[in-house]
Write a protein that binds this ligand. Structure first.
Ligand code: ADP
Ligand code: ZN
Length: 757
């Protein structure tokens, strides 16, 4: 009668036990507490994966251990951790804390953040296999060995003589026997097995080579010297600090990063350099690979095995510098001493799927927690970064001059409203046409930028340049072909699309569009002798094609390179004498409060691709609105004027960086059902807001620029307030335990600090 096990809660009455808090990537997300059984007490640590019973599932569910604490399992009738999956934590304590921060701030389940932080290749142990090694049982005596059958005896003696753990196959070869005697020894527990995970011998790690840029250290300019000493002293201060390195294009920011990292490495530290994926060119990699012994370049075209291999190297402390896109912010470097984000303004640093984190935010949190500097570098800093320098959250370091006393290129604006300028139709204006011909004659190279992001069709008058905008939000209205409506994508303000220009009454108003493909055809027709290449996401789909085109351009095998914004970034080619911007307004009239900022950045960045050699360079910017402050400022290379003007605009509606916004996207297969869920969400958010007495504007629901994607209807809500924490709390409260009937297949997701609206 008394031999049956007592129920677990009786066993632990009044007794404090060790509990593990576990989170899950899939719903339900936890965290839930589990009791740690005695045999796992010394094994389990935060940052490891475990298998635990969950609901009625038969098999243990995998989850992440986020903390271990002492508690009373009895009162809560907790279940036991079933198994520990990892031998070592995949995240150290600091990274576990970073996960919890991201989960909280971006309102995503911590389990999903772990899965983002630790690549799938690492979780699956890609490219490795388990190997069993044997060593002799401790306390084995000569007497015991002498009694063994001869084959087993000789196998054992070889193993002892080698004095290191060996695999069965190795022992068999040395002892010239089969593996059978080894199996027998193991059965008698005279051999102790030890399972190790090793890199499979047959996986190939691609050599990380550069494209032959010269290896040199530069004598720093005075401005570089100053920037370097500011960063170095931040490193030496041992405090978490943010520095904004505002350096014009060609001011030599990369050299500053490299020497700052050298300073960190000298003190046995390591560094992360984040770059936009697209500027992870052989040129950039080469600059770092030439100067550091152990560089890991993480990029999207790596195989799973390679990714895993580098991750292990990084974690073992074998890497000094990690270079990579957004996700490299999670690189598990021990002794991290510095994080650099180059082209800090770039939108690719924000992830556009869950968890929708911004690498700058994450890098900041990580750097501050570790007490190390974060360096943000850009020729066109984001308004967020700039604002931080104005409020004392970041220190400003300026490099206003190009290296080698090279002047900034001349920028000429071409007013497309003027017929004589526009020429005989087509995308290339008369002055640009002439400039390309001249460049070709001088054996120089030209870059033509056409940033067509596709879908939103703005409504613009070609005669006076006016763009129809919303009276409430100041956002450009988007033309919807079905129904001929002009809509505001922020607040849903709708009018019939005007047949003529509301400002000048010209009746030939235009909606959007010309793409790079059409431009390429035109360029080929107009410059039949030029070698022309196009670079956009359509032509760059194949792995390596991006690098190939750039190498050809560097080698002078291409005269005119045309493409989308991917050609605007980071390229350093001395023979580029001309940059043409086909339509500077394309980004300007996007329904996004950052449209002017994007325009300024794009024009400035692409202009910076020229004038890098001894022959100087010029820029031609075609626009319908040459008087627009963002275009004016870009033409004059005047960042400070731009931020001053732009800050006034942001202030009007409290847009970031002065306020904070969040977006909620609701998606579903049926329009009316989806919209009613959107309405229900608005309801709850408004209640939460009133309860918290928070000042939050709730805009929408409005259909986004693309209303229907892959058969799903979408609605957007925008929340706006002065404080990020307030917006976050209203959403957290409002949507706590908000569930949609799974049968309706409607999902909603929260995007905190969205960047592309
Ligand atoms: P940025 O990133 O600021 O646009 P880069 O780092 O690409 O500038 O530098 C522009 C060019 O100047 C590169 O070719 C680089 O090798 C060169 N350079 C950088 N610093 C110096 C220096 N102190 N003296 C001479 N050349 C330099
Ligand atoms: Zn509006």
């Amino acid at each position: 009668l008394f031999e049956t096990d007592p129920p677990p809660w009786e066993l632990t009455v009044g007794e404090d036990v060790q509990l593990a808090s576990i989170v899950f990537a899939r719903s339900p997300h936890g965290p839930y507490d589990y009791r740690i059984p005695d045999d796992l007490l010394d094994v389990l640590r935060p940052g490891m994966r475990v298998g635990v019973p969950l609901g009625h599932r038969k098999k243990p569910t995998p989850g992440w251990c986020v903390s271990i604490k002492t508690g009373n399992a009895a009162q809560q009738k907790l279940r036991d951790v079933a198994e520990v999956i990892d031998d070592e934590p995949l995240c150290d304590a600091a990274l576990v804390r970073l996960v919890m921060f991201i989960a909280h701030y971006y309102q995503v389940p911590a389990g999903q953040v772990f899965d983002t932080l630790i690549p799938a290749s690492v979780r699956d142990n890609a490219g490795t296999r388990k190997t069993t090694y044997f060593r002799p049982a401790p306390g084995l005596t000569e007497e015991q060995i002498a009694k063994l059958p001869s084959k087993q005896q000789s196998a054992m003696r070889f193993l002892i003589a080698q004095d290191r753990p060996m695999t069965a196959a190795e022992i068999a070869i040395m002892a010239e026997c089969t593996e059978d005697p080894i199996r027998r020894l193991r059965k008698k527990e005279l051999l102790i097995p030890e399972v190790r995970r090793e890199l499979s011998q047959n996986i190939r790690i691609r050599a990380q080579s550069n494209d032959g840029e010269a290896r040199k250290t530069h004598e720093l300019t005075a401005q570089q010297e100053n920037a370097l000493s500011r960063i170095n002293s931040a490193v030496d201060s041992g405090r978490g600090r943010t520095l904004l390195l505002h350096g014009v294009t060609g001011s030599g920011k990369t050299e500053v990063y490299i020497q700052a990292i050298e300073h960190v490495v000298k003190q046995a530290g390591s560094a992360i350099v984040l770059v936009p994926e697209i500027s992870l060119t052989p040129q950039t990699r080469g600059r770092f690979e030439d100067r550091f012994q152990n560089v890991a370049v993480l990029h999207s075209q790596m195989s799973a095995s390679e990714r895993h291999f580098h991750w292990q190297r990084i974690r073992r402390g074998e890497v000094q510098v990690v270079i990579g896109p957004r996700s490299a912010v999670f690189a598990p470097l021990p002794n991290l001493g510095l994080i650099v984000i180059d082209e800090e303004h770039d939108t690719s640093f924000k992830q556009d799927k869950q968890p929708r984190y911004h690498a700058r935010k994450v890098a900041h949190a990580r750097a501050m927690a570790l007490g190390i500097p974060l360096v943000l570098g850009s020729a066109t800093p984001s308004m967020e970064a700039w604002h931080a320098t104005q409020t004392g959250h970041a220190e400003l370091v300026t490099m206003s001059e190009r290296v080698g006393n090279r002047p900034m290129p001349d920028v000429q604006l071409v007013d497309l409203r003027v017929k004589e300028e526009r020429g005989k139709g087509g995308a290339i204006s008369r002055p640009l046409h002439a400039a390309v011909l001249e460049t070709l004659k001088e054996k120089g190279q030209a870059i033509l930028l056409l940033n067509r992001r596709g879908y939103a069709t703005t409504i613009q008058c070609p005669a006076c340049g006016t763009v129809c905008a919303c009276p409430d939000c100041d956002m450009p209205l988007t033309h919807h072909r079905d129904g001929g409506k002009a809509m505001c994508h922020y607040c849903d303000y709708t009018i019939p699309t005007p047949p003529w220009c509301p400002a000048c009454r010209f009746d030939g108003i235009r909606y959007g569009g010309l793409g790079t493909q059409k431009l390429e055809m035109e360029a080929k027709a107009r410059f039949p002798d030029a070698r022309i290449a196009r670079m956009d996401s359509d032509t760059m789909k194949r792995a390596g094609s991006h690098q190939r085109v750039l190498s050809e351009f560097r080698a002078g095998e291409i005269d005119v390179l045309l493409g989308t914004q991917m050609i605007a970034k980071g390229l350093d080619f001395p023979n580029v004498l001309l940059v043409g911007v086909i339509n500077a307004d394309s980004a300007l009239h996007f329904p996004d409060f950052r449209a002017a900022e994007r325009t300024f950045q794009l024009v400035t960045q692409v202009a910076g691709r020229t004038g890098r050699g001894d022959r100087g360079g010029r820029v031609i910017v075609q626009t319908f609105t040459p008087e627009h402050p963002a275009i004016q400022a870009a033409a004059r290379h005047d960042y400070l004027k731009f931020v001053e003007d732009e800050m006034v605009n942001r202030k009007k509606f409290n847009y970031p960086p002065l306020g904070s916004v969040a977006r909620i996207i609701i998606r579903g297969p049926l329009e009316d059902k989806t919209e009613s869920v959107a309405d229900a969400i608005v309801d709850r958010l408004e209640k939460a807001r009133d309860l918290l007495k928070a000042e939050v504007r709730i805009l929408g629901p409005a259909p986004p620029p693309i209303v229907k994607i892959s058969g799903k209807y979408r609605f957007h809500l925008l929340l706006q307030a002065t404080e990020a924490a307030v917006v976050g709390e209203v959403i957290r409260r409002g949507l706590a335990d908000f569930k949609v009937d799974p049968k309706e297949e409607i999902e909603f997701l929260v995007d905190i600090d969205p960047v592309n609206l």
